[in-house]
Design a protein around this ligand. Structure first.
Ligand SMILES: [Cu+2]
Length: 261
């Protein structure tokens, strides 16, 4: 192909030089370069189409959690750490979120516990709280980003709330003081919650440099920066220290638990 192109170009270049003495010679010179460029231009074009490179990357890794105590033993259960990238939500993504049925997340009430105890959701998510217990529960939150009171509801029923603002939401039950859950509402979908083995994976991240946060219920978050490249995995191995913290909280009206029931 290249050889025949060269021949073609040579023939075109030869054309004007073949008759240099004729007064009409300037005319053939100017059109000569034009035919050369079109055959050359298409050649590199198919390359990017054929390779179809990955446009996003992955942030993956694991956390270890050490208790802030003299023994400093690592925890076996490393679930419930939220790793998220700090980035504004893509405007197109936001439009889609507003146009479509909102994403749904469930926090169930099982054996007087919220399951999962730690959740992360994207802004705009509808969170449902199904009651799987045989007793009534009253799910509520006094958090700044979203105050809500779902009222008393019985076994087998559910109520929900849509979380539209980013922030941390503390969820409690007005009947059972031991019931507590945290929901992180985030600005973009680039987050993951660790499993018991501490592992996590955030997929589909556009290339870029992002501040990241590893957030835990008890203890300071770990912060850093991660570089994401298309078609590649960025690895984060993070060490968190858990500190003892009081889980004390009030009922929805601000009164302490235990006056009745
Ligand atoms: Cu309850």
């Amino acid at each position: 192909m290249a050889y025949s192109l060269h021949v073609f170009a040579a023939l075109l270049l030869l054309a004007p030089t073949a008759e240099p003495v004729t007064p009409a010679s300037p005319a053939p010179i100017s059109p000569a370069p034009a035919p050369i460029t079109p055959p050359i231009a298409p050649a590199p074009a198919p390359a990017p189409v054929a390779s179809a490179p990955a446009t996003t990357g992955i942030v993956t890794g694991a956390v270890t959690i050490t208790r802030d105590s003299p023994t400093g033993k690592p925890k076996a259960d490393r679930s419930g750490v939220v790793i998220y990238l700090e980035a504004p939500m893509d405007p197109e993504q936001e439009d889609r979120l507003l146009a479509e049925v909102p994403p749904v997340h469930e926090v169930r009430q099982i054996n007087k516990s919220f399951v999962p105890a730690v959740s992360a959701v994207i802004r705009g998510t509808e969170v449902r709280f199904p009651n799987d217990d045989m007793v009534f529960h009253n799910v509520f939150s006094l958090s700044k980003v979203k105050r809500f009171d779902l009222g008393l509801y019985k076994s087998g029923t559910t109520r929900s709330v849509t979380l539209t603002r980013a922030g941390i939401i503390d969820v409690y039950c007005n009947i059972h003081p031991e019931m507590a859950a945290k929901i992180l509402v985030l600005d973009n979908p680039y987050f993951a919650v660790t499993g018991a083995d501490g592992g996590f994976s955030i997929n589909g991240v556009p290339p870029g440099t992002y501040p990241f946060v590893a957030w835990q219920v008890r203890g300071e978050p770990v912060r850093g920066e991660v570089i994401v490249s298309a078609g590649a995995q960025a690895r984060l191995d993070l060490k968190l220290v858990e500190t003892p913290q009081s889980g004390a909280h009030t009922r929805k009206d601000g009164s302490p638990y235990g006056r009745y029931n």
